[in-house]
Design a protein around this ligand. Structure first.
Ligand code: PLP
Length: 389
């Protein structure tokens, strides 16, 4: 075949780069082994029944046609209301644009604020797709680690040290994947100060906002930030809709209008019946409370089970769908630990170093299993830790 573009070739294929333990665990489970998979971030339960009904009704009612580029009006209205609740800033429908999932919102945000050769700062540990999303835009980025001892909170001095004359944006994620850290108001205020001082965009990935435990603080609500923040949201986690592929971006009206042109050349609008089901799910909060309560209960179960475990310390782990365990007192090589845990106890977890240096010496445990399975996994981990040599 003729040569593919360097842009497309530069994207590291999914599943490479730190996902080897997960892939092996998955293959062994498929082959019939009793593996507990705690390496993935997808719900173990179905989308709420009311949402499914809404979709079926919409399909039957002939919603089979093209839709407006930024989303159907009812959906944008519902998304705007959700953004008002998420960010604490009154949001109108012209300030939101629907995208096929949070990842597409992230892609759109990066395309919208960075030119080829521009520089961004990415706060780590971060969601696996972030580096590729910048590479796909031809943008350069610096990873700023957050220390585990500090609960994986971003540090102002470290961010300032990473600034360059061509820095245009900072990307953060709170509640965080993989650490479960929820960034404090003070740390967000420090970030906001840097953005105002250097005229930067803040890309704020808030897809886990309903799973935060306490009050969700969006940097969009901080003084002078609404005009320079793009918030990434999604139906995936909050509404139990990972496979439906619906998300949205919230930002200044002028930017949303520009992004509508991006949809012209990418999505050309989203499926009508999925848009209507999502609008109804947002309007009625289908599943949101139950899902949040389920993950909060699971987090408590896992954290309680970890308490007093030999040489294992919990870091971050205040929200989202994951718990981060510091296993460095047992084994500094987290990948070796994860492989051994899979081989000896049949529990699949992600090695922390897959998410950057700061998470080395850690393992990421997903909460996407029923409580009884999580307890069994904790038991296996406890036995493994106490006999670790
Ligand atoms: N952002 C974060 C932090 C995530 O963890 C994920 C998915 O796991 C996404 C964005 C993308 O979510 P989706 O594209 O399913 O909406």
């Amino acid at each position: 075949m003729p040569r593919p573009s360097s842009r497309i070739s530069g994207i590291v294929p999914s599943g490479k780069d730190g996902w080897e333990v997960h892939s092996a665990a998955w293959a062994r489970k498929q082959a019939g082994e009793d593996i507990i998979m705690l390496s993935v971030g997808d719900h173990d339960f179905d989308t709420p029944a009311q949402t499914i009904e809404a979709c079926v009704t919409a399909v039957r009612a002939s919603n089979h046609h093209y839709t407006p580029l930024a989303g159907i009006p009812r959906l944008r209205k519902a998304m705007a209301a959700a953004s008002t609740a998420c960010t604490g800033v009154t949001t109108n429908p012209d300030q939101v644009i629907a995208t096929p999932g949070g990842q597409a919102a992230l892609y759109a945000a990066v395309q919208a604020v960075l030119d080829q050769g521009d520089h961004a700062i990415v706060v780590a540990p971060y969601y696996a797709t972030y580096p590729n999303t910048f590479s796909a835009a031809g943008a350069d980025f610096t990873v700023v680690e957050t220390p585990a001892e500090d609960g994986f909170q971003p540090r102002e001095a470290d961010i300032r040290a990473a600034l360059r004359p061509n820095t245009r944006a900072i990307l953060i994620n709170t509640p965080n994947n993989p650490t479960g850290a929820v960034y404090s108001r003070q740390r967000l205020e420090e970030l906001a100060q840097i953005c105002r001082e250097y005229d930067l965009w803040l890309l704020s990935d808030e897809v886990y906002w309903t799973l935060g435990g306490g009050e969700h603080i969006s940097p969009r609500s901080l003084p002078g930030m609404a005009d320079r923040t793009l918030v990434i949201n999604s139906m995936s986690k909050s509404h139990g809709m990972t496979g439906w592929r619906m998300g949205w971006l919230t930002g200044p009206e002028e930017m949303i209008s520009l992004l509508t042109s991006l949809n012209l050349v990418t999505t050309y609008g989203l499926p009508a019946f999925i848009s209507l089901a999502c609008a109804e799910a947002l309007e009625n909060g289908y599943g949101v409370k139950e899902i949040a309560e389920r993950y909060a209960a699971r987090r408590t179960v896992v954290l309680d089970a970890m308490r007093g475990m030999n040489n294992v310390t919990v870091r971050g782990s205040e929200g989202g769908m994951y718990v981060m365990l510091d296993i460095s007192a047992l084994e500094p090589d987290d990948e070796k630990f994860a492989w051994a845990l899979l081989d000896k106890k049949k529990v699949g977890v992600m090695p922390g170093s897959s998410f950057g240096e700061a998470a080395a010496g850690h393992i990421r445990v997903s909460l996407c299993q029923p409580e009884a399975v999580l307890l069994e996994a904790a038991l296996r981990l406890r036995r493994f830790a106490s006999g670790y040599r």
